[in-house]
Ligand binder design. Structure first.
Ligand code: HSE
Length: 306
């Protein structure tokens, strides 16, 4: 195989209670990438469509993660990358991670799969760090593994694959404003009270248990973030309105997707997701802010070869 085309999905990180550790993978929105082997050594980015991003591999998220893998594998040929970007940078649905995970996934396929998914996540974290100024894997892991994932530790990198309840759907609204992950991280307090920490780790534990037992009621009760959301929600216009409306229309929970501005809701069943989708859409339709809204199954496969 000398060429591969892939779909690299958007992802929702944090999932309310699991800041920097929980994430899940979306199905209906993502980037496409074409990667080819070249006789010339190194990583070359020949085409970027959708958004303006740097072409120099060492300044591009997909390029940096590709270089990390390439320098480790040291093949006697190179790779050319074409990026068809559909996920707006700074959207909160893993735009940088789709690029970073996509390039290492595709190159690994073209090399005959010498690396496992955890190793690929490690390479991709180098690219993710370029965008958010810190290494984190809560978007990368669901993009590469699919479904729900929990980053148990970064050093050594340990990723746990969690089960996906069959009837779970996500609604994600993406207001077309940009929030830089680095800035959304900078406003967070470095210390939390013991009381809040207890609430948060109780919710993360319950959430994981709810996934394992397909307990939608417990899942709903666990989708609460007392540490990060109170700070970041101020950056997102109409966040409280959207959240309250989603819950009132039957969502299991609603929170900030990654570092925002996207807002996700989890719903039991397609019908429920449709009601939540329409109600949220109605809120943003009354504002002057452009937005996109997606309803998606949870993508249990992750990156797909097209
Ligand atoms: N966990 C990261 C954060 C995800 O919230 O800063 C960024 O998409």
């Amino acid at each position: 195989m000398n060429q591969i085309k892939i779909f690299s999905p958007a992802t929702v990180a944090n999932v309310s209670c699991g800041f920097d550790v929980l994430g899940f993978c979306l199905d209906s929105v993502g980037d496409e990438m074409i990667i080819k082997k070249t006789s010339q050594k190194g990583i070359n980015i020949s085409r970027i469509e959708g958004y303006e991003l740097p072409f120099e591999a060492e300044n591009n998220v997909a390029g940096v993660s590709a270089l990390a893998l390439y320098n480790d594998a040291n093949p006697d040929f190179g790779f050319d990358i074409e990026i068809y970007k559909k996920i707006k940078p700074g959207s909160g649905i893993g735009s940088s991670s789709a690029s970073a995970a996509g390039s290492v996934f595709a190159i690994n396929e073209l090399l005959g799969k010498p690396y496992n998914k955890t190793q690929l996540t490690n390479f991709a974290m180098k690219g993710e760090a370029l965008a958010s100024l810190c290494e984190h894997a809560d978007n990368l892991a669901p993009a590469l593994f699919g479904g729900f994932t929990l980053v148990k530790s970064l050093s050594p990198l340990q990723i746990l694959e969690l089960p996906t309840p069959k009837n779970l759907f996500a609604v994600v609204i993406h207001p077309q404003i940009e929030i830089k992950t680095s800035e959304a991280r900078a406003i967070l307090p470095q210390d939390v009270s013991l009381k809040k920490a207890i609430t948060q780790w109780s919710n993360v534990g319950s959430f994981v248990h709810a996934l394992h037992t397909e307990n939608y009621k417990l899942l709903s009760e666990s989708l609460i973030d007392v540490i990060v959301e109170p700070h970041r929600s101020k950056l997102i216009p109409h966040f409280e309105d959207v959240k309250q409306t989603a819950i009132n229309h039957g969502a299991l929970g609603c929170g900030i997707s990654g570092s925002g501005p996207s807002i996700f809701s989890l719903c039991e069943g397609k019908e429920s997701a449709k009601k939540v989708h329409d109600a949220i859409q109605n809120i943003y339709s009354q504002t002057t802010i452009d937005f996109e809204i997606y309803t998606s199954k949870i993508n249990t496969e992750g990156i797909k070869i097209l």
